[in-house]
Write a protein that binds this ligand. Structure first.
Ligand SMILES: *Cc1c(COP(=O)(O)O)cnc(C)c1O
Length: 427
């Protein structure tokens, strides 16, 4: 039998790069054990929700047309609600992506004259057009919903005084983004989000608090819905789809908020009663079942990447030893050249499309060119190993995903390999 080092050599990783990685991994063992414990806890949570709701083979049947009386679809929503401890859930393949889920949640729960507040600085790029920060047809702004934002303090903390002052009679909904997205601010712990929600509700009881939960699901053992969020929203081609869901989004929350979302998604009066599952339920159920484990592999990959690149002298967010609140790892590479080499390595490590070279491209919803490396089974899935970033200072690559820890590890080693080969870093 060949030794492991030469298996990696066959994949294109030199012995020097492999050895560099192994040295770093030695120190990460205790942290990885902690991640495994979280995954075990979350697995129990999902299993309990499935058992409690008596999931059985009838749940996997395909429906077409209107999708009336789709028991499998309705039960999947109960499973999500039970897992995230919410009154209700909307989990649908008809929700095309995370941005769509967020747009539904916002437009369903804001009316003309209402104001939306982000107390955590600028939202994710694609939401700028949803809100109307960048002019767009059908934005909330066009429908008479105003927007206000309170930036984080320079140290990354919430500006509580600014937030208090920004909450007015008009403030109807407060949106809190858990993950940093394409920013180099910290991602927030669920605990910290809970404190912010409590503060906002103390200033204005009854204000609706929504959390953009993208990339955060199952990273911790609690979710924002455990600490007062009225809605948590995310994409099924990120964490909760476990890599198997081929499309979809979810909104979990109070009965009132979710019902409004269902009316916005389909039509007033129809709501959750319509929406055929088109045979996708087996992968939605099984993906949710696998999600805690998949997220743990992605987290290990993120922590490994942080430690590899931190030791090479790059700024990494979060840093190599910080606690984790999402699966994203930002690495500030300082040049477009290094971003491209990094992404080339991630691409070369993929099971699908490993032979293609990523090039920067203008993407809908983003205001600068973006480079993306992804060799995924599900197109654009970012719970699968992927790296991307807008080509603009500080030339940060955002690394995420990996359906297995071993694949994430290979991806990071390959990214380093490409940088070393091109003389852009020295070990
Ligand atoms: C990915 C993401 C979104 C948008 O999701 P898409 O599926 O890409 O539309 C929104 N917010 C955050 C924080 C995200 O990470």
């Amino acid at each position: 039998m060949k030794e492991l080092e030469s298996m990696y050599e066959d994949l294109g990783v030199s012995r020097a790069v492999y050895a560099y990685g192994e040295k770093i991994l030695e120190d990460l063992k205790p942290r990885f054990a902690g991640i495994d414990r979280n995954a075990e806890y979350n697995q129990a949570k999902v299993l309990h929700a499935m058992q409690e709701n008596r999931v059985d083979a009838t749940c996997f049947a395909a429906t077409t047309g209107y999708g009336y009386d789709d028991l499998g679809r309705d039960k999947l929503e109960k499973v999500y609600a039970a897992t995230f401890h919410t009154e209700a859930a909307l989990v649908r393949p008809q929700i095309t992506c995370g941005t769509h889920a967020l747009a539904v949640a916002l437009s369903a729960n804001l009316l003309p004259g209402d104001e939306l507040l982000s107390p955590v600085g600028a939202p994710y790029d694609t939401l700028e057009e949803v809100i109307g920060i960048r002019e767009s047809k059908c934005s909330l702004k066009e429908y008479g919903v105003s927007y206000r934002q309170v930036d984080l303090l320079p140290d990354g903390n919430f500006d509580y005084d600014g937030i208090r002052a920004a909450i007015t009679e008009k403030t109807k909904l407060i949106t809190i983004q858990r993950s940093k997205g394409y920013a180099t601010r910290p991602s927030f712990s669920v605990q910290k989000i809970g404190e912010l929600i409590a503060f906002c509700k103390s200033v204005k009881p009854g204000v609706t608090c929504m959390v953009d939960n993208c990339y955060g699901e199952f990273v911790e053992t609690i979710e924002p819905s455990d600490l007062g969020a009225d809605m948590i929203v995310g994409s099924l081609i990120k964490n909760p789809g476990g890599g198997l869901a081929p499309i979809g989004g979810y909104i979990c929350g109070t009965k009132e908020c979710v019902e409004r979302c269902s009316y916005r998604l389909s039509a007033p009066g129809l709501g959750q009663e319509v929406g055929a599952n088109l045979g996708l339920l087996p992968s939605l159920y099984q993906g949710f079942f696998l999600a805690p484990t998949v997220v743990s592999g992605a987290l290990k990959g993120a922590i490994f990447a942080a430690n590899v690149y931190e030791r090479l002298g790059f700024r990494v967010v979060p840093n190599g030893s910080e606690s984790r609140h999402d699966i994203i790892q930002a690495v500030e590479l300082g040049s477009a050249e290094r971003m491209l080499a990094f992404c080339k390595g991630i691409q070369a490590a993929a099971p699908v499309d490993s032979y293609v070279t990523p090039v920067p491209w203008a993407m809908p919803g983003y205001d600068s060119e973006v480079v993306m490396a992804a060799g995924a089974f599900v197109q654009g899935s970012s719970i699968e190993l992927s790296a991307d970033g807008p080509i603009r200072p500080p030339y940060a690559v955002y690394f995420q995903g990996g359906l297995t820890w071993y694949h994430a590890k290979l991806g990071i080693l390959m990214s380093l390999q490409k940088l070393v080969e091109q003389g852009l870093v020295a070990l």
